[in-house]
Design a binder for this molecule. Structure first.
Ligand code: 2AM
Ligand code: CA
Length: 273
């Protein structure tokens, strides 16, 4: 049995405090699909309410820390202290359509990690509907509740299930995604697009997916998930193979064998424009 640090306890408490209302709102949303106005405004309120609850819990526990919130933006704190990075509802489109696949993501970023650069040191991805709590701390592994997570051991593309995110509504580079898809899809056992980057990464950490790629993601979508994959023994890079996944907004994640194979396909696809 492993125990969290105090920080993880704070993060999990905040997520669990926001979860019951999100669950109730999700049930309500399923009834609103047939109303003429649709559930868009209602979901936007649910999202903001969840963020407010998480904000209040985190603020109470660490009053001088800054925050980066999907809805609320940047809140300055003591620059020498870590900051929270929060996505109160990742998978909003799923939530809006009554599809039960969304999560809360909370991460801690240390302003001076390895090499003096900002570094994610704790991450939690909590899925309210399944009560799954994926978490990781730098150097202490990745966990689902108290079970240790490992990325999958598959070494061959032809047995791998790969997740991705597809550009939408004018966001993202559709031509780039199409080129990468054209290179990867014929080589692998399957591609999935479930609509929550945080859960995609948690599932790579848990060995459910063998890999994941997406571009255009924001820090709150990926901060916790990147640490989860790394602490589960996986690799996360940008599309060039560098360590700037969050700043370049390009994520390629997998175990070591598949990462190098996927990276070759991605690099080839981007070269042959
Ligand atoms: P969100 O649910 O917090 O907005 C999936 O491609 C990722 O892109 C998700 O993590 C999702 O985060 C984000 N995203 C933002 N707008 C989206 C949209 N209209 N459709 C799908 N994903 C969206
Ligand atoms: Ca998100």
């Amino acid at each position: 049995m492993v125990s969290h640090s105090g920080l993880l306890t704070i993060m999990e408490r905040a997520a669990r405090k926001a979860a019951p209302r999100l669950r109730r709102d999700f049930n309500e949303v399923q009834h609103l699909q047939v109303s003429r106005k649709g559930p868009a405004d209602f979901v936007s309120m649910a999202d903001k309410r969840a963020e407010q609850t998480i904000f209040e819990e985190l603020r109470k526990a660490r009053p001088d820390w800054g925050m980066l919130l999907e809805e609320g933006g940047k809140i300055e704190g003591d620059p020498d202290k870590p900051r929270w990075i929060v996505d109160p509802l990742d998978g909003t489109s799923n939530f809006l359509h009554g599809i039960p696949h969304f999560a809360i993501s909370i991460a801690v970023e240390d302003p001076r990690g390895a090499g003096g650069q900002p570094e994610i040191t704790s991450g939690l991805i909590y899925q309210p509907l399944t009560d799954e709590s994926f978490w990781a701390e730098k150097g202490r592994g990745a966990w689902l509740h108290d079970g240790r997570l490992r990325v999958s051991a598959r070494r061959h593309l032809d047995e791998s299930l790969i997740a991705t995110g597809i550009p939408f509504l004018g966001h993202g580079d559709f031509a780039e995604w199409t080129r990468i898809f054209g290179a990867v899809a014929p080589e692998v056992a399957g591609i999935r697009r479930f609509g929550s980057a945080a859960l995609d990464l948690a599932w790579v950490a848990a060995g459910r997916y063998d890999g994941f790629w997406e571009s255009g993601l924001q820090p709150w979508d990926v901060a916790a998930g990147l640490l989860l994959v790394r602490e589960a023994g996986g690799f996360v890079t940008d599309f060039r193979g560098g360590d700037q996944a969050m700043t370049r907004k390009q994520v390629l994640a997998a175990n070591d064998a598949l990462h190098s194979k996927l990276h070759k396909l991605v690099a080839g696809a981007l070269r042959n424009k």
